[in-house]
Design a protein around this ligand. Structure first.
Ligand SMILES: [Zn+2]
Length: 213
């Protein structure tokens, strides 16, 4: 698996460029801002981008969808639970930030669906709670999961935004994400990578006590 991380925007979103080393096909996860920097990294990687994927559609994860889709010709894929947020430009008006409108999705994702990118298999896990249509992209062969704003190193996603729900988040973490093998590397939407095993330990008190960050 080829992996490049580009930190973009005011919330330092991790935009991931993920590719297949054999076929040089790839996907972009969460182009939140700074399309020129993302596209430069894509060019340097030599990958042909098949999909632009949104773990969810808050502005800091979709703000560069329009420019990145236009430049790559890739298919935009996201969960239908996010389309209202996408159409509201990622909640730009709640946050008071200027955000370019995204094109509509080409592919509506559902739980269990697998997107093939060269030899890579991106399995869609529906992991709502931070937002209704949040998903995790799980690459079992690579032992990697791109989990958006579900779990971070030493933290969990906030649930106070419209459509967020603490009990739903707790279920997604405990029953879906933590059902993955302990050694799975988590690539979150913000901050450094971590593992399922580490976050089982780190988040136990938060999940038990109902503390949302
Ligand atoms: Zn978010």
């Amino acid at each position: 698996m080829i992996l490049h991380t580009v930190q973009v925007g005011m919330t330092a979103t991790n935009c991931y460029i993920v590719g297949c080393a054999e076929t040089r096909q790839g996907a972009i996860i969460d182009p939140g801002a700074h399309p020129e920097r993302i596209l430069k990294a894509v060019e340097q990687s030599g990958l042909a981008i098949q999909y632009v994927l949104n773990t969810h559609c808050h502005f800091d994860h979709m703000g560069a969808n329009a420019d990145v889709v236009a430049a790559t010709g890739a298919l935009l894929a996201l969960h239908p639970g996010e389309t209202p947020i996408l159409e509201a430009r990622g909640g730009a008006d709640w946050f008071g930030v200027p955000v370019k409108a995204s094109p509509p999705p080409d592919v509506l994702l559902e739980a269990g669906q697998v997107l093939e990118v060269g030899g890579l298999r991106f399995e869609v896990l529906h992991t709502p709670g931070h937002s209704p249509g949040s998903v995790t992209f799980y690459l079992a062969d690579a032992g990697a999961a791109f989990d958006g704003d579900l779990v971070f190193a030493m933290g969990v996603g906030r649930t106070d935004l419209p459509g967020g729900d603490w009990d739903t988040l707790r279920h997604s973490i405990g029953e879906v994400l933590f059902a993955l093998p302990d050694e799975t590397v988590l690539y979150p939407g913000h901050g450094p990578e971590t593992t399922v095993a580490a976050e089982k330990r780190n988040t136990r008190w938060m999940l038990a006590q109902g503390v949302s960050l």
